[in-house]
Design a protein around this ligand. Structure first.
Ligand code: FES
Length: 170
């Protein structure tokens, strides 16, 4: 009879130990989930937020459309500010614009679609040339030689009071 009681107590202790182990496991699981949430949310925000940010840009006024050359490209330069650490520095850029005899305006980015050097309009050859890797684009911005495979970017633009406004994103 005494032996049975001892065995009974032993089973009770085993049951308590199992309960204690289960509680420990649940506690560890809860702590792990909490840690994952605490580190995961900032990490997810850090990874996803750049994709959600809207590209900043603004309309630049390049003056009268009448100043553009007909069926030829004119270099139009602009200045913008770039934040570099704690400094804000002025930068220069330019676009290529032309107007045809019907008054239709075309504006291309000067950025080569290969590795982003600036393309230069060669009036006598009627091509845009990229000095970096000899990329070439025809007068419609299509790649015709060298490594670029995509056409020059056409920039959003409009006329206001006969002035040419171009939207530039940074
Ligand atoms: S950057 Fe223009 S051809 Fe390479």
């Amino acid at each position: 009879m005494k032996k049975e009681t001892k065995q009974y107590l032993s089973l009770e202790k085993q049951s308590e130990k199992i309960d204690s182990d289960r509680r420990s496991l649940l506690k560890a699981g809860a702590l792990t989930c909490g840690a994952a949430i605490l580190t995961g949310i900032p990490l997810a925000v850090y990874v996803v937020s750049p994709a959600l940010k809207k590209a900043t840009g603004k309309w630049f006024d390049f003056g009268s459309v009448e100043d553009l050359q007909h069926n030829n490209y004119t270099m139009l330069s602009y200045e913008f500010m770039v934040k570099d650490g704690w400094q804000v520095l002025p930068q220069r850029g330019f676009v290529w614009a032309s107007v045809n005899t019907k008054g239709q305006v075309k504006v291309f980015s000067s950025t080569c679609t290969h590795l982003a050097c600036n393309v230069i309009w060669q009036e006598e050859k009627r091509v845009f040339e990229c000095p970096c890797h000899s990329g070439r684009f025809d007068a419609d911005g299509n790649p015709i030689a060298g490594p670029p495979t995509r056409p020059l970017n056409v920039l959003e633009h409009k006329k206001e009071d006969d002035n040419l406004l171009v939207y530039l994103a940074f």
